[in-house]
Write a protein that binds this ligand. Sequence first.
Ligand SMILES: Cc1cc2nc3c(=O)[nH]c(=O)nc-3n(C[C@H](O)[C@H](O)[C@H](O)COP(=O)(O)O)c2cc1C
Length: 282
Amino acid sequence: MVLYFSATGNTRFIAEELASKLDDESLDLLNRIRQKDYSPIMSEKPFVICVPVYVCEMPSFINELIRNTPFEGNRDIYFVFTSGGYSGISSFLAKCKVRKKGLNYMGSADFKMPRNYIANDTYPELSAEEINRRIEVSYKLIPEIADLISSGQKLVKRSKHVWLFELIITLPFTPVWTRIRQGVKKFRATDKCIGCRKCARLCPLNVIRPDENGRPVWDAKMCAHCMSCIQNCPVEAIEYGDITPSKKRYTFDRYDFRKKSAKTHPEGLNNTSFLQKRPHSS
Ligand SMILES: Cc1cc2nc3c(=O)[nH]c(=O)nc-3n(C[C@H](O)[C@H](O)[C@H](O)COP(=O)(O)O)c2cc1C
């Protein structure tokens, strides 16, 4: 079974394509995460956990879910990470976590996808060409990863070696970064807000509550900064401080070549050679 969390669609895309190649089912973990539902998950086929990388690790709510959820049936477990290019110590920590649960760690695969961390001004925005290129390269990698999983092989070739210095730097760095940089104070809804509450429904940590006008209020000190609220707002009414007003929103959906209607491609993607070559998947 392919289990996934995705805030802006990158990981959902990889997970669903993998599940289809593996002839397996996929399970969106959002509701389990929101409800802290740690009831057992049963699969006859290997578990494949697909998640984005947050600050060089798996999101903490995924760690919590893995720690608390009994995985029943098959004992093999694979990890698939999507990131903006650096998955840090995710694979090392995943291995430690699942071994403690008595599961067979079968390795991990990295997919370099478009960055979605719009509330962070460390990196420049990617061009539409670069976004399409990353999606294309990742799409081409999926069959290879699916073949390895379906034949029961470990994903050793694609997993990055984790150096000791990465562990030493990252382990203390991530909690500090999270405390300093992942507060909610700078989130706000502008007058464009239509009160649809989509942001509240998508928030994995359930920290968004509607006020009396149906507008979002971030009712916590911190959140995961997953960017689901900002990026998925249908009217782009959510901003983060002065970092986001001038930035383009990103969701995988906007670049999804599998959609048939040309109208749904704001970037005119149907004209790229990438799309002309590629057969439509189901
Ligand atoms: C809070 C946060 C932290 C991130 N940290 C990293 C990181 O350490 N390295 C990296 O390469 N990408 C990082 N990213 C980018 C995401 O991992 C990447 O865009 C991912 O594919 C998003 O997946 P999704 O669309 O399924 O949510 C980060 C994104 C967010 C929101």
